[in-house]
Design a protein around this ligand. Sequence first.
Ligand code: ZN
Length: 544
Amino acid sequence: MPEFEVKVDPNHTDLAELCSMYWATNADGSFTHTVKAVADRYEHPPQRVSKIVSEACFAISTSRRCGGCDKGFVYRSRSDWNAGARYALQSCRTCIEAEKRQENEKRERANAAKRAAVNETFGTIDGGNVPVAKDLDLPIALTLAAAFEDAEEIFNGVTAAIVDRNDRLTPTHDLDFKLIEMIINKGLLQVHPSSTLDAFGWQEDGTPNGNFFPMLASYYLPGEGDVAARTQAYLASFAEVCSRENWPDHWVDQFSEFWFDIATAECEAYLVEALRGYGLEFTPGQKTQDVLRRGLKWYSIGQMYYFIWRAARDSAAYHAKGTVRAKQAANSAVTRIASDIDRAYAQGWQVSTYQRISQLPLSTLSHILFSRALNLDNPMSYSPVDLPVRRAGMELAWHKINSEAFERLIFQLVVETDGYENVEWLMHTNAPDHGRDVSAIRLRRDPLSGHSSQRVAIQCKHWLTRPVRDTDANQAIVSIGHWQDPPFDVLVIATSGRFTADAVSWIERHNARGGRPSIEVWNDARLEFLLNERAHLIRAYELR
Ligand SMILES: [Zn+2]
């Protein structure tokens, strides 16, 4: 039996003999004639024969057949045939397409069944109350608002999946997960049945196992009736308290911890991105978070970016020397950041404030916190020293001591701190508040210039009932200006209370135009922070 059944195109019947000769086979399946023999017989150049044959006819194999419809496969040339021997098709195109169609239909039916099962298990629930922002914890209230917002879009009713957002929900995946999980556990977000089917866990029999993947699911709020109306009600309640002036008291208490969480995540994301820029993959762990969190007590996010940028650059150089593996080089960045922060703090570096990079657009949660809630002009230069509220758990019972004890406490704090020498009381005979100030020489080690010293005056204001105003700062400069022998380089205003916003900006302007002495600010939050590292002073003055 010949291998091929040759079908000649009706327009080329004149070539039928040539085609038959080309496709003729022996009993063992080999071709009877060489292409050269065909060419010679019909007086064509040998290289033209395949083209002539492929235009005039096609050959149907009698041995190679479709596994589906049993039709012989079609060949146009011997090279087709030879290639077909190497890549044997199991089914013809028609059968493959039919099979695909059937599979699609089967999948669609299965998906429809799954969707119906999801609707049954996770149907939209009516019940409970729409959450009211002011009754929630600060991190939850802000995250909930952020979940319904992405770039310019407001999700009216059902959120997008966290993984499908344009803007990130929070600076890191870890923080996304932590906050969303917390909200789900409190029943403040429910999984919507329109979530992608991949968002649900499935049993072998194709029914939902009741679990879901939090980053893949879409959510809606509890409450009665229309889910869009629930979103609107929540966002309206959020708008009422969003701005810091309108925060409920418990948000004020929760703020600093939350700020450190967000700021740490911002720095973590930048560290990963900065290292990635040098081709170094890095996964932050607990140690990274601890180092960043500690640095953020002294430095703004933008200043931390500076430390991170340096560390990434130096880690890349370390890797480029070829003595360490990429992972080890990336991990060394954290150690570099930690030691840079310590040196910068101890030596009083002027640390630059870096700005965001375009690869890391602001997350929706950061945007809501920095811009809408805190109304910060430049969140990157926001420093924890300016924290508008105390850090929870660090409060000291300032009311237990009088101004004299406060002055002694500051004196002792300075005496015990490395880098301060010749600490003395500075007696004013004509001080309006008869307060005693502290004077000291502050020594600084500079790696380039060697040692330098500054004459520092510390003015103590144990003011619990009123904040330090701009006029008080001005008055302090005037009174310290009487000491000209030698003059002071730095005036520290130490208060157990706060500074007004006017005072802070007055001091910033004074320092910016190079006013002497320059002013440094130790407010309640900063003193609490400093004293928390010196527990014996807290005990000695019974401040807690
Ligand atoms: Zn077929």
